[in-house]
Ligand binder design. Structure first.
Ligand code: 5GP
Length: 181
């Protein structure tokens, strides 16, 4: 795989689609094993998690499970703004349900923390976090996610749903910003 340049920044190949697929299968198997009910609801956090959520939902293969979508926004360019705006709320009834939040990446933990509080306020049976990527060194608030595809250092990454100002979400592999950029 080659480096790619976007908006004047150079990104190098970081995680291949084969590795993503392998860890997605592993995480889906772990979640399935731990499910207390046959019909959990998976809440995909738009936009970044849409690709992971689709592959995870296929991999877990639970016919009575459901998928829902929610949208928050905290990033601008390559930095977290630190402010949470809920853009698209959850209309599904989740009271008494087993809920798994599906995230692309947990960075400062702000989004995950806000999501958990909002969902917990809706009285579900339980709430757990499934994230493809987790930056442990960047976590400032909230819990460590229960299910993690990859633990990574605090790099800025793109591809497989993750954007740079709304672009490059369609890349099938994950790329990291080169250190000297
Ligand atoms: P947090 O609230 O944990 O700081 O950040 C969560 C959200 O910020 C993620 O859902 C994702 O949309 C965005 N984000 C965090 N780190 C990265 C990154 O390395 N690359 C991209 N493209 N988005 C990120």
């Amino acid at each position: 795989m080659d480096n790619i340049t976007i908006k004047g920044l150079t990104f190098e190949p970081y995680i291949s689609h084969e590795e993503i697929a392998k860890q997605t299968e592993r995480v889906a198997a772990e979640v399935k094993r731990d499910c207390a009910t046959e019909s959990p609801i998976f809440v995909c956090v738009l936009k970044g998690a849409f690709m992971f959520a689709a592959d995870f939902f296929r991999a877990i293969n639970m016919p009575k499970s459901e998928i829902a979508f929610i949208r928050y926004k905290s990033y601008s360019g390559t930095e977290s703004t630190g402010e949470m705006n809920k853009i698209l709320g959850l209309n599904d009834d989740i009271e008494g349900r087993e809920v798994f939040i599906i995230e692309d990446i947990v960075d400062t933990g702000l989004t995950a923390h806000a999501l958990r509080s909002d969902i917990e306020a809706m009285n579900p049976k339980s709430v757990k976090m499934v994230t493809l990527l987790y930056k442990p060194e960047s976590l400032k608030i909230g819990k460590v996610p229960e299910y993690v595809g990859f633990e990574i250092p605090p790099k800025f990454i793109i591809g497989y749903g993750l954007d740079l100002d709304e672009q490059v979400r369609g890349l099938r592999d994950i790329y990291a910003l080169k250190k000297d950029e």
